[in-house]
Ligand binder design. Structure first.
Ligand code: C2E
Ligand code: C2E
Ligand code: C2E
Length: 91
């Protein structure tokens, strides 16, 4: 987008996340549940997370943030426009 636009938010689809099973999904599910608990935000269908959280998740998954973002999009839990904005160099 244009330089004046804010970057797209990272938004997790919690309904989709709850439908997924398996060891690959479990760390993300625990991370999202922890943020919900810390905020006291239990009733949402989606959860906006910090850009910094994608970097933390990338360490957990041992992937570059951009690769992890693409994987979360493929799972259907992350909005694709946000994934495009995830770069591996940003601090
Ligand atoms: P904290 O980081 O000290 O933030 C304290 C409060 O500042 C938050 O309380 C929230 O009201 C506000 N705040 C901080 N950053 C933002 C932001 O980017 N947007 C908005 N709208 N408000 C913000 P809250 O929500 O009750 O969260 C309590 C604590 O839970 C936070 O303390 C932080 O330690 C943790 N937390 C909450 N959400 C996240 C998250 O998405 N990622 C991470 N890593 N931690 C989170
Ligand atoms: P938005 O960011 O596009 O969010 C649209 C709707 O998605 C929100 O409607 C809410 O129902 C849901 N949503 C998004 N992120 C979360 C989340 O982390 N937890 C939960 N439980 N729901 C979430 P809502 O609440 O009526 O907000 C409408 C618009 O108001 C938002 O559009 C945003 O532009 C603004 N807004 C609401 N809360 C905040 C906030 O804490 N910080 C900022 N900067 N804007 C906010
Ligand atoms: P948002 O509330 O629209 O905030 C957009 C950006 O403004 C945040 O991107 C962050 O860079 C900055 N920002 C807003 N409030 C604060 C604050 O209190 N302290 C600091 N240091 N920066 C702030 P970021 O971090 O990528 O977060 C993206 C979205 O995730 C936020 O959009 C909000 O929807 C959600 N979020 C992040 N942290 C929290 C939190 O602690 N509590 C809640 N309720 N929502 C959060």
């Amino acid at each position: 987008g244009a330089a004046a636009e804010p970057p797209p938010k990272l938004v997790l689809d919690l309904e989709r996340l709850s439908q997924l099973e398996g060891v690959e999904v479990a760390p993300l599910a625990r991370y999202a549940a922890t943020i919900q608990a810390q905020r006291g935000d239990y009733n949402g269908k989606v959860l906006s997370i910090r850009k910094e959280d994608m970097r933390t998740l990338a360490v957990i998954y041992d992937e570059r943030p951009s690769v992890l973002a693409e994987r979360l999009v493929a799972w259907g839990v992350l909005n694709p426009d946000a994934a495009e904005a995830v770069s591996d160099e940003d601090s």
